[in-house]
Design a protein around this ligand. Structure first.
Ligand code: UD1
Ligand code: UDP
Length: 371
């Protein structure tokens, strides 16, 4: 008999990384009934991804509201998912990573004794405040996940060190590479190419909860100083939809002509611009994973990272959120070719683009041969 698998996600990065997995599951019709449920923690930024990958969820909890709090998200996902699990009675629930959707959807499954598979398991900073609340979310899911799909050896080792059952952990690579293979060469041009011209492009993103306020202001001041100091750079900053970030950005960049503040890009255009960029400055998690395989140096606008693989590969440099530090790290990279070329070699610590296939095969094996 077929097994029923529900894949739950709610934000842009989860959707990008779950999309290749949905596609592989959907091909395995004789083994699985595949149900996609989105919580709608994100709205426009989620729809962009669903459209690109042509994913049609059976359920959308549509929970997003302006300035939503962690209480709102957790509450609504927990109750919303309870109702869906009751209606569907799945054999397995798959969640991804570390968002509030991830945590609450997994917790609802746990409360109902439904098995949980955790995609992108074992990433750690071991500081529950950085990133906040993501470090808590992913650690919490690891307490009860039946299957842990770790992207790398290092993430597997984190789980082993924590005493998780070795038989529950599988190294699969990261599905972000599967997604990247289908997106990175999809566009030949973007509407921003002409504006960039011969300038060196810095692609900037900044959205983390713990960076809202002072840290983000420090980062923005550093960026303004860079624009003054280095005259052949231009910056594109696709802005997260969070209104708190919009207010901060308006205060800082309204008079700058060499920075383009634009709405969130769809993933095809974002990856096109990432390939065109000279460097990337970001506090994002997913971008830290994509950059090594594109050979793009990344200045990480955070004090700590759960992606040390990229630091070891030489692609990522942690700059924190201190204005002088961010400015100095970026200036060094923009003015010293040796430093730049050391960081711009394409290396891929996250697998060969077959993570989704591996995950589906493991699940097939676990659910059928051991039934
Ligand atoms: C969430 C995740 C974070 C992830 C990020 C990816 C949690 C706690 N955080 O943070 O781990 O890195 O997504 O981007 O789960 N908004 C819109 N439209 C959208 C999306 C967001 O208007 O399509 C606005 C809403 O007003 C919302 C705010 O952005 O209140 C923040 O969104 P939220 O999901 O709460 O947090 P993120 O910072 O996006
Ligand atoms: N991304 C995108 N459009 C943008 C900015 C980012 O498609 O304007 C993609 C990016 O390539 C990566 C993912 O979104 O795959 C990262 O999402 P985000 O930074 O919101 O979340 P995080 O990874 O930090 O959780």
């Amino acid at each position: 008999m077929k097994k029923k698998v529900i894949l739950v996600f709610g934000t842009r990065p989860e959707a990008i990384k779950m999309a290749p997995l949905v596609k592989v599951f959907e091909k395995e019709k004789s083994f699985f009934e595949t149900i996609v449920c989105v919580t709608g923690q994100h709205k426009e930024m989620l729809t962009q991804v669903l459209d690109i990958f042509k994913i049609r969820p059976k359920y959308n909890l549509e929970i997003m509201k302006k300035n939503q709090t962690l209480f709102d998200i957790n509450n609504e996902v927990l109750i919303g998912m309870k109702n869906i699990y009751e209606a569907e009675n799945p054999d397995l629930v798959l969640v991804h990573g570390d968002t509030s959707t991830t945590y609450a959807a997994a917790l609802a499954a746990f409360y109902m004794n439904i098995d949980v598979g955790h995609v992108e398991a074992g990433l750690r900073t071991y500081n529950v405040y950085e990133p906040f609340p993501e470090e808590f979310n992913r650690q919490a899911v690891s307490i009860f996940a039946k299957f842990n799909f770790s992207p790398t050896k290092r993430t597997q080792e984190n789980l082993l060190r924590e005493g998780k059952n070795p038989k529950s952990i599988f190294i699969t690579g990261n599905t972000v590479i599967d997604a990247l293979q289908t997106t990175k060469d999809a566009l030949k041009h973007s509407q921003h190419d002409e504006w960039i011209g011969n300038s060196r492009l810095i692609l900037l993103t900044c959205h983390r909860r713990e960076n809202l306020g002072k840290p983000m202001e420090n980062i923005f001041r550093a960026v303004k100083r860079l624009l003054k100091e280095v005259n052949d750079i231009k910056i594109i900053y696709p802005l997260h939809k969070n209104p708190i970030i919009h207010e901060l950005v308006e205060d800082h960049f309204s008079n700058e002509t060499r920075i383009k503040i634009i709405p969130p890009l769809d993933v095809l255009e974002f990856h096109h611009l990432m390939k065109k960029s000279y460097i990337v400055m970001t506090d994002s998690g997913g971008i830290q994973e994509e950059a090594p395989s594109l050979g793009k140096p990344v200045i990480v606008l955070r004090n700590t990272t759960e992606r040390p693989e990229g630091v070891e590969a030489g692609t990522l440099k942690l700059a924190g959120t201190d204005e002088n530090n961010v400015f100095n790290v970026a200036l060094e990279l923009l003015s010293n070719q040796t430093t730049y070329f050391k960081m711009s070699r394409a290396i891929n610590p996250y697998g060969d683009g077959n993570a989704s296939k591996k995950i589906v095969n493991i699940i097939k094996n676990e659910l059928f041969s051991k039934a």
